[in-house]
Design a protein around this ligand. Sequence first.
Ligand SMILES: [Zn+2]
Length: 292
Amino acid sequence: MLGGVVLALTLLLALPARAALPRAASVPGGVALVSLGPVAGTGGPPRAWLGEQPVLVTRRAGEWIAVVGLALDTPPGRHELLVQPVPAAAAAEPAVADAAAASGRAAFSVAAKEYPAQRITLKDSSKVDLSAADLARVEHEMAEIRRLKRHWRTADDIDLDFVVPADGRMTGRFGVRRFFNGEARSPHAGFDIAAARGSPVRANAHGIVLASGDYFFNGRTVFVDHGNGLLSMYCHLDRIDVQAGDVLAKGQRLGLVGASGRATGPHLHWGVVLNGALVDPQLFLSARGDRR
Ligand SMILES: [Zn+2]
């Protein structure tokens, strides 16, 4: 018992004095850091929503900061969060209905960003021009993925300082506007790391496996829930080594690099979701040498 208390205290003292935050980039596909005011007393964080989606709130020094994911289709201009300053109940899940009861607002602005274009030629045109059966499968999978991206689990041990989940060469930047065999497709909403088939894929931060599946475009994929609307997805895996509910430590292996789904060769496609929006994973990599 005492050992446990001492261990807990040691872990507490080992925590950094200031929580690492992602780099702010208030652009479509980026992350806005919005001050929600000073930390007062011992109360929990204020709760905030972007539209109906709850938003991650953390503290930096004596200030509450909303860490807001901005989808690639976010229109530039002024946006605002709904804010509920005092939590109604510390342990309650932030229900969508609460957004209507929020009493405050916090405004922030989003600047325009032009991402580069990339043209890709795929020999297997069946992954570009879909059959009716494949189209039905893709629509079903997209609905499932949309639902997973909106997942929320309240957590108070958020790690916003990621490690790169695979060793290899960065081959695909976030946000690139893609054309497959000349046809415009959705922009590249993740970060690609080329590595040999069978290379380990590791959790970029601790979390709980939310789901896994084998999808038409994304191939074998693992979703990890880091808490408070922050998730990672690891796509095109050759093998999945975890299942829903598994608790993962930062750096723990969850599968192997592959080329399943729509992939031109073995690589990891790593997506990061924040309040339902796919954002640039590089914003969460610190400058200590593992940024590529
Ligand atoms: Zn990719």
